[in-house]
Design a protein around this ligand. Structure first.
Ligand code: 1HE
Length: 267
C-alpha cells in the first residue's frame, strides 16, 4: 500500500493495511486468501510499520482480515531455505516482533479463527489480547517437523508456561477461545465479530494514559519482572519516581484531589 493511501509515512506490502483513527492506528493482516500466512514481505512490513510509527499514535490495534487471524509462517517459503538463511529468517521475525513488544505504543491484538504457529507468536508479542469466540490456538510446528522461530520459545513459556507449550508442540493439542482465556492467552473474550470494536475501545483507553505510564508498563515492567528482586526494587523506585515527577502525573493527581477526575469504580 502506498504511503499516501495508508495515511502513514511508509509503503506497506499488499498483505498489510494501516488505518489511522485520531491517535490510534489499526494494522490489519490482509492476506485472507492465504489465511494471513506471514511471508517475508509481511515481516519486513511489520518491522517498518512499527519502526516508523508517528509520535502522535498512542496505541495500535493489530487484527486479521477474513476467517482467521493468522495461519503462521508462510510454509511455501520454508522449503527453499538453507540453515544460514533459516537463522537469518528467524532473526528477522525477532526484530519485527521486538518492534511490537518494545515499540513506541502499546499494541492490542484482536484474535479470531486460527491463531496458530507464528500467528500465536505475533499475538504473544502484543501487550493486550482480545479473543473472539471463534479463536483457537495451536503450535503445529511439532507436526510440521520444525520449531517456533518468531520468539515463541521466549514469550510463550512466560505467557502459558513451558509445560503447556511442550504439550501443544509434542501432541498437537489445541486450545479453544474459552480455554485460551482460562490459561491466560487472551485478556478479553468477546462474541464473534465484536473483537475489533473491543480492541479499539481498549486502545482508546490506553491512548488516554500518561505517556510515561505507558512507557513504564510496556518497557520497564517486563524488564523488572525478569530481573532479580533486588535490582527490580531499585528499578521500580526509579521509574515510579520518574513517572510521578512528570507534569502529566502532577496534573492528573491534582485533578483527582480537586474531584475533577473519575473515581476507580468497578467497570
Ligand atoms: C498457507 C498457510 C501457511 C494456509 N503457509 N500457505 N502454520 C500451519 O501449519 C497452519 C497451516 N494452515 C492450516 O492449517 C489451514 O490453512 C487453516 C486451519 C489455518 C485454515 O484452513 P482453511 O480450510 O480455511 O484454508 P486452507 O484451504 O487450508 O488454506 C487456504 C489457502 O491458504 C491454501 O492455499 P491455496 O493456494 O490452495 O488456496 C493454503 O495452502 C494457504 N495457506 N495456511 C502457506 N501457513 C517463525 S516460525 C513460525 C512457524 C510456524 O508458524 S509453523 C505453523 C504454520
Amino acid at each position: 500500500m502506498s504511503a499516501a493511501k495508508s495515511g502513514f509515512d511508509i509503503t506497506l506490502p499488499r498483505s498489510l493495511r494501516a488505518e489511522r483513527r485520531n491517535d490510534i492506528a489499526i494494522l490489519s493482516l490482509t492476506r485472507a486468501e492465504k489465511r494471513n500466512a506471514i511471508d517475508d514481505p509481511t515481516v519486513a512490513g511489520i518491522e517498518a510499520f512499527f519502526s516508523a510509527l508517528p509520535d502522535a499514535i498512542k496505541a495500535v490495534v493489530l487484527a486479521g482480515e477474513g476467517e482467521h487471524f493468522c495461519s503462521g509462517l508462510d510454509l511455501s517459503e520454508l522449503t527453499a531455505r538453507d540453515i544460514a538463511q533459516g537463522i537469518a529468517h528467524s532473526r528477522s521475525w525477532h526484530r519485527a516482533f521486538e518492534r511490537i513488544e518494545f515499540g513506541k505504543a502499546p499494541v492490542v491484538a484482536v484474535l479470531h479463527g486460527a491463531v496458530v504457529g507464528g500467528g500465536l507468536e505475533i499475538a504473544a508479542a502484543c501487550h493486550i489480547r482480545v479473543a473472539e469466540r471463534s479463536a483457537y490456538y495451536a503450535l503445529p510446528e511439532g507436526s510440521r517437523g520444525i520449531f517456533v522461530g518468531g520468539g515463541g520459545a521466549v514469550r510463550l513459556p512466560r505467557l502459558i508456561g513451558t509445560a503447556r507449550m511442550m504439550d501443544m508442540m509434542l501432541t498437537g493439542r489445541t486450545y479453544d477461545a474459552e480455554e485460551g482465556q482460562a490459561i491466560g492467552i487472551s485478556h478479553y473474550l468477546v462474541a464473534a465479530g465484536a473483537g475489533l470494536a473491543k480492541g479499539i475501545e481498549l486502545a482508546k483507553r490506553i491512548a488516554g494514559n500518561a505517556p510515561m505510564t505507558n512507557f513504564a508498563v510496556t518497557h520497564v515492567l517486563p524488564r523488572i519482572a525478569e530481573s532479580d528482586p533486588a535490582a527490580g526494587y531499585v528499578a521500580e523506585a526509579l521509574i515510579s519516581s520518574i513517572a510521578q515527577g512528570d507534569d502529566e502525573a502532577k496534573a492528573r493527581l491534582k485533578a483527582f484531589l480537586e474531584k475533577r477526575a473519575p473515581k476507580t469504580l468497578r467497570n
